[in-house]
Write a protein that binds this ligand. Structure first.
Ligand code: SAM
Length: 315
C-alpha cells in the first residue's frame, strides 16, 4: 500500500506519560468499552519499569524519529513521545484509533496511522519523516508478525539505526543464538548478518494485560553499516540458509537439492560442498555465515544461469 492511501490522524499538545499501570489502563479500556482481539496479538503493557527499560534500551534522543508498530492504547507511545523528536505509530485495529486520539491528545509530536504495518511502505516513511536517514523502530510486537516484519525491514533495506522490540523470549534467544548451537536457525543468521543483537530485559507474563502464555524479552538490534561477511549474491546465501535450516535433519547436499527455492541438483550441491572441504555429509546447522557465504559464492555462477523464483520463509 502506498503512503497516500493511508488515513492519517494528528494529535496535539504535550504532557507527562500517564498510562503504564494497571489502574489507568483498565480505566481507559472500560471508558471506551474496548474488547481485546486475540488475532492481533493484543497484550498491553502495564508495568512502568518495563516501559522505561524499552525506551532506555532504544537510546532515544530528542533528535530521533521513531516508528512504533502496534501502539495499542498508546502506553509505550506516551513514553516515546516524551523522548523523541517525532513518533509515527501504525495500528491495525480500527477500534483503537479513538482511544489513541484520547490518550495521546496532549502530544504534538505524534501521528497515528491506521493500517497493517506489513503493507506499509516503510522506506517512504523514512524518506518523508527523517529525510531518508536511518530511523529507530520500537515496538511491543504482536508476536505473530515478529519474523516477517523483522525480515522485511532488513531485506527491503529500510534505512534503520536500530530495532528495539519486545518479542517472545524464545525468539529473542534464537536471534542471538551462536552458529552451530541447537537454537540457531535461519532467523539467527539473518538477524546476525544485518544487526548486532543485545537483550535489554526479560519480561514475565504478569507485566501485560491480558497475560500471554509465554515469557518475553526486549531485544535491541543495532543495524550494521558493514556486513560481517562479503558475498556475491546475498539472496542466494539466504536461500541456502533457509534450505539448510528448513530441513535441518538432512545433510546439506540433500537439503539444497530438495529446496524448491534453489535450482541445484544433488551432484552440483555435493561437488560445491566437497570443493569447500566442509565434509560431504555435513549438516547446514553446523555452519555459520562465513561458510554459507563461501558456498553461495561457489554456486553463484550456476545460480545466475537460472531464474529461481519465490522468496521462501524463515523458521
Ligand atoms: N504497544 C502496546 C503496548 O505495549 O501496550 C500494544 C502492544 S500489543 C502486543 C500489539 C499491538 O499491535 C496491538 O495493538 C495490535 O492491535 C497491533 N497490531 C497487530 N498486528 C498489527 C499489524 N499487522 N500492523 C500494525 N499493528 C498491529
Amino acid at each position: 500500500m502506498q503512503i497516500s492511501y493511508i488515513v492519517w490522524y494528528s494529535v496535539k499538545g504535550y504532557e507527562m506519560a500517564k498510562l503504564g499501570n494497571p489502574k489507568e489502563t483498565i480505566e481507559i479500556l472500560q471508558k471506551h468499552r474496548f474488547q481485546f482481539k486475540k488475532k492481533f496479538g493484543q497484550n498491553f503493557l502495564i508495568d512502568p519499569h518495563v516501559l522505561d527499560k524499552i525506551v532506555d534500551a532504544a537510546q532515544i534522543t530528542g533528535e530521533d524519529f521513531v516508528l512504533e508498530i502496534g501502539p495499542g492504547i498508546g502506553t509505550l507511545t506516551q513514553y516515546l513521545c516524551e523522548r523523541a523528536r517525532q513518533v509515527l505509530a501504525v495500528e491495525i485495529d480500527k477500534n483503537l484509533i479513538p482511544i489513541l486520539q484520547d490518550t495521546l491528545s496532549s502530544y504534538d509530536n505524534v501521528e497515528i496511522v491506521q493500517g497493517d504495518i506489513l503493507k506499509q511502505d516503510i522506506r517512504n516513511i523514512a524518506d518523508r519523516y527523517n529525510s531518508g536517514k536511518p530511523i529507530k523502530v520500537v515496538a511491543n510486537l504482536p508476536y505473530y508478525i515478529t519474523t516477517p516484519l523483522i525480515m522485511e525491514l532488513f531485506e527491503s533495506r529500510v534505512p534503520l539505526a536500530s530495532v528495539t522490540v519486545m518479542v517472545q523470549k524464545e525468539v529473542a534467544d534464537r536471534m542471538r543464538a551462536e552458529p552451530g548451537s541447537k537454537s540457531c536457525g535461519a532467523l539467527s543468521l539473518a538477524v546476525q548478518y544485518y544487526a548486532e543483537p543485545y537483550i535489554a530485559a526479560f519480561v514475565p507474563p504478569n507485566c501485560f494485560i491480558p497475560r500471554p502464555n509465554v515469557g518475553s524479552a526486549v531485544i535491541r538490534l543495532d543495524c550494521r553499516t558493514r556486513m560481517p561477511v562479503e558475498v556475491r549474491d546475498e539472496r542466494l546465501m539466504f536461500r541456502l540458509i533457509r534450505a539448510a535450516f528448513n530441513q535441518r535433519r538432512k545433510t546439506l547436499q540433500n537439503a539444497v537439492a530438495n529446496s524448491r527455492e534453489l535450482p541445484f541438483s544433488k551432484e552440483e550441491a555435493a561437488d560445491a560442498i566437497d570443493r569447500l572441504g566442509f565434509g560431504i555429509n555435513v549438516r547446514g546447522e553446523k555452519l555459520g555465515l562465513p561458510e554459507f557465504a563461501r558456498l553461495a559464492d561457489e554456486l553463484a555462477d550456476k545460480y545466475m544461469e537460472t531464474d529461481a523464483k519465490g522468496l521462501g520463509s524463515y523458521e
